[in-house]
Design a protein around this ligand. Structure first.
Ligand SMILES: Cc1cc2nc3c(=O)[nH]c(=O)nc-3n(C[C@H](O)[C@H](O)[C@H](O)COP(=O)(O)OP(=O)(O)OC[C@H]3O[C@@H](n4cnc5c(N)ncnc54)[C@H](O)[C@@H]3O)c2cc1C
Length: 399
């Protein structure tokens, strides 16, 4: 006899477990299937910045709605997401200051606590930084970072407590469709599971699951590295930062470490077989980059690092919503920034599935069909610099 559920969730990262928790909260009978173990994908490799600064409305609104979970985690979900309210700074190059100001205004309208600060104020917050290339930055005192594994496990534990079944080491082989309606999945260990709703939160494996249904989604897989350094004794750095001016991001870890990400990632990697370690040359490259912002880091010591993957889309925004098969939903393609919107993306999908419309945030700009229509979703005041745009590498003649 095959199993039945109201909803099957494919993937046990932050997104799959969030959706499972939100649907279980709506009293749905949920089965979550994870082919390896919880947080074994991109989630487990995340640096998990929870900043609210984006150059588009939808991601900022989703992050702000998620931030409310992180600051009240115990009361809302239970357990501990390891959220540290460190503050966050976004730097830009001088020609992007107008965009920075416009984006800060947009964020304030959403309700995000944010303000424009001068280079002098940046220096007051972070005395160890060299701010000579900065004129203005955005500052979010309430943002920070979380623990990605703890967040995922807290959602999974909460979902179990609400009656959801979480099955690890159980892969979905096939999504079953009849008359343009999803009817369930076929698994490698549990046979068929019948369900009127199936949610795919399978990161870079998503295209593989959809191809047999004739649905193409432009998600590719890139390898990205994170370097870890011991701070010299007399250096402290408190905030998380997306340093557009130096094309990197960094955040503190524990009492004396700093994690730094930068550089263009290797494209089209196989998420099942890739080098999860950090390259020696990349440590040196990253050390130079962070020393340009925090000069004393020249005395910092490498603690190695790791590599994870980003599930990239052409506009670097996720696919969130219903697919062209009734009852089949997608939440994937987070392009290296999706951890922080885990809570609100799960909430919005639960609203869509249970109420027919996502009320917390209008997610229609993230609908999968934008790519089929040749469209991309960008904000009104986009930045050209990020931490993986690679302008600096190109300027140095590297690939
Ligand atoms: C180095 C690095 C740094 C990052 N830093 C940040 C950051 O600072 N802030 C931020 O917000 N985001 C960050 N991200 C991005 C963020 O971590 C991801 O966008 C997010 O975690 C993706 O979660 P997910 O649940 O969609 O996918 P994943 O965590 O990849 O989960 C997908 C799961 O699906 C499972 N699966 C696949 N196929 C099947 C199948 N057929 N059957 C069953 N299970 C299946 C996989 O095993 C996997 O566990 C970073 C990512 C990396 C790699």
């Amino acid at each position: 006899m095959s199993l039945t559920a109201d909803a099957v969730v494919i993937g046990g990262g932050v997104h799959g477990t969030s959706i499972a928790w939100h649907l279980a909260k709506r009293k749905m009978r949920v089965v979550l299937l994870e082919k390896k173990f919880l947080a074994s994908g991109g989630t487990g490799k995340s640096t998990a910045l929870v900043r609210q600064h984006y150059d588009n409305f939808v991601e900022s609104a989703l992050t702000h709605a998620s931030w409310k979970y992180f600051v009240n985690w115990k009361e809302i979900v239970g357990g501990d997401a390891g959220f540290v309210q460190s503050g966050f700074i976004r730097t830009v190059i001088p020609k992007e200051i107008a965009a920075l100001k416009a984006n800060i205004e947009m964020h304030a309208q959403i309700g995000i606590s944010t303000k424009l600060i001068s280079a002098r104020e940046v220096q007051e917050i972070e005395p160890s930084w060299d701010v000579s290339d900065i004129e203005y930055a955005a500052y979010e005192p309430d943002s920070g970072y979380a623990d990605p594994q703890a967040t995922t496990l807290a959602f999974a534990d909460g979902a179990r407590d609400l009656g959801a079944k979480i099955r690890q080491e159980t892969g979905v082989l096939k999504i079953n469709v009849r008359n343009d309606r999803v009817v369930g999945v076929t698994t490698d260990k549990l046979g068929d599971i019948a369900a009127p709703s199936v949610i795919i939160a399978a990161g870079p494996w998503t295209p593989h699951l959809l191809k047999p249904l004739g649905i193409g989604v432009p998600i590719t897989c890139e390898r990205h590295q994170v370097a870890s350094f011991i701070l010299p004794k007399d250096v402290q750095t408190r905030v998380c930062c997306i340093d557009g001016a130096k094309e990197m991001y960094f955040r503190p870890e524990g009492h004396n470490l700093i994690l730094v990400g930068c550089g263009v990632g290797a494209k089209h990697v196989d998420p099942d077989h890739y080098n999860e370690g950090i390259d020696e040359a990349h440590i040196e490259f990253t050390a130079e980059r962070i020393s340009a912002r925090i000069p004393k880091m020249i005395e910092g010591q490498s603690q190695g690092g790791w590599a994870g993957f980003y599930d990239m889309t052409p506009d670097e925004k996720c696919l969130l919503g219903e697919l062209p098969v009734k009852g089949l939903y997608i939440n994937a393609g987070h392009s290296g920034t999706g951890f922080k919107i885990g809570p609100a993306a799960g909430l919005c999908l639960a609203e869509l599935i249970c109420d027919g419309v996502a009320k917390t945030v209008d997610i229609t700009p993230l609908h999968w069909s934008r790519f089929a229509q040749g469209k991309k979703y960008f904000g009104d005041h986009p930045y050209s610099t990020s931490w993986h745009t690679g302008h600096t590498e190109k300027a140095k003649g590297e690939s």
